[in-house]
Write a protein that binds this ligand. Structure first.
Ligand code: PMP
Length: 357
């Protein structure tokens, strides 16, 4: 089978060895002669998986005491709701920065629970940069940001120092670089980019910020329910948690965040250097805010798209088309994408220039 270079924006590429281990556990898990999918989530074998997954998150994030790690369902989109429902006080206010489609969806949901102050937005400029120099109001209940804007290809390089609890949607760049995770009071991320398959969402929350809203919260929506039951209040997404555990093991055993940051930097530098150099293409976002995960670019002459598309597809590249709402191209270079795949794409772009030039 010819190699496919998988630039999918999510669900996206996972390490080959993780897929192999996952496939084997579907047939026979822990030598039980039973599938991972057909044993109780209360069995000691699965409880060990959940415990290991939690401890890998803590190891990768180097968190101090006082945080809980949860594996929930409902995607990052449900976190748009749960964050506000659990943190926004009755008659309270929350602060958000609007840096893209997902941030704006989070804002929309928060408005159901209280007042939302959008402290900065780059919407008027088609989200092509990350706003900076804004003030976070000290009287809001929390400040929400999105570390990486998957659709527009921008990424926060330096997080603000927030006078109030800082919440971050890290769905599309979780575990891709070293950051000071202890700056955040709540972090959430859908697993399906850097962490594992679709079906679970990582939530890391500082316990002390919970229980202050004054509203009744249904059990399934209340972080405290899930904390008190170690993410087993109801049946957890066993397969997604298991594959996330394997992916984190892969990351840790290879050298952790320092190792992957180094590779991700190389991939991004190679990709953006070609976008800038090649006269047929241009990048769509402010250079200082360029995402290491999702490089968005366009052909200067859109009429060339069918020919370019044919060429990268023939080279075994998959998933390069931009999000349906913005068009153009998006090279998603998540953790498991090898440098070699970016090299192949860059060669295709050079070859295209040669043919057209
Ligand atoms: N936030 C970000 C940054 C995302 O990229 C996505 C999905 N691509 C979401 C939220 C929504 O995630 P989900 O589909 O898991 O609800």
């Amino acid at each position: 089978m010819a190699k496919v270079h998988n630039f999918s924006a999510g669900p996206s590429i996972l390490p080959r060895e993780v897929l192999e281990k996952a496939a084997s556990a579907v047939l026979d898990f822990d030598n039980l002669k039973l599938s991972l999918l057909e044993i109780s989530h209360r069995s000691k074998n699965f409880e060990a998986v959940m415990e290991r997954a939690r401890s890998l998150v803590k190891e990768l994030m180097q968190l101090p005491d006082g945080y809980s790690v949860l594996f929930l369902q409902g995607g990052a989109s449900l976190q748009f709701v749960m964050v506000a429902q659990n943190l926004l006080r009755e008659r309270g206010k929350a602060a958000y920065i609007d840096t893209g489609t997902w941030a704006s969806n989070a804002i929309k949901e928060a408005k159901i629970f209280g007042q939302v102050e959008v402290v900065a937005s780059s919407k008027a400029d088609n989200y092509r940069y990350i706003p900076k120099g804004y003030t976070i109001p000290a009287d809001a209940d929390y400040f929400h940001c999105t570390s990486n804007n998957t659709i527009y290809g921008t990424q926060i390089k330096e997080f603000p120092t927030s006078p109030i609890p800082m919440v971050c949607d890290m769905s599309s760049d979780i575990f891709s670089r070293r950051i000071d995770f202890s700056k955040f009071s709540l972090i959430y991320a859908g697993a399906q980019k850097n962490m594992g398959p679709a079906g679970t969402t990582l939530v890391v929350v500082k316990d002390e910020i919970l229980g202050k809203t004054g509203r009744a919260i249904p059990a399934m929506m209340d972080y405290r329910t899930h904390i008190s039951k170690d993410s087993m209040y109801n049946t957890p997404p066993v397969f997604a948690v298991y594959v996330s555990m394997l992916t984190m093991e892969w990351l840790v055993s290879n050298g952790g965040l320092e190792w992957i940051e180094n590779i991700n930097r190389q991939k991004a530098e190679l990709m953006y250097a070609e976008i800038d150099r090649n006269p047929l293409f241009y990048g769509t976002v402010a250079p200082e805010d360029r995402s290491w995960m999702n490089a968005c670019f366009l052909l200067k002459d859109p009429a060339l798209e069918p020919e370019f598309d044919k060429m990268w597809k023939e080279a075994g590249i998959s998933g390069l088309r931009g999000h349906r709402s913005v068009g153009g191209y998006r090279a998603s270079m998540y953790n498991a994408l090898p440098l070699e795949s970016v090299q192949v794409l860059v060669e295709v772009m050079k070859e295209f220039e040669r043919i057209k030039g």
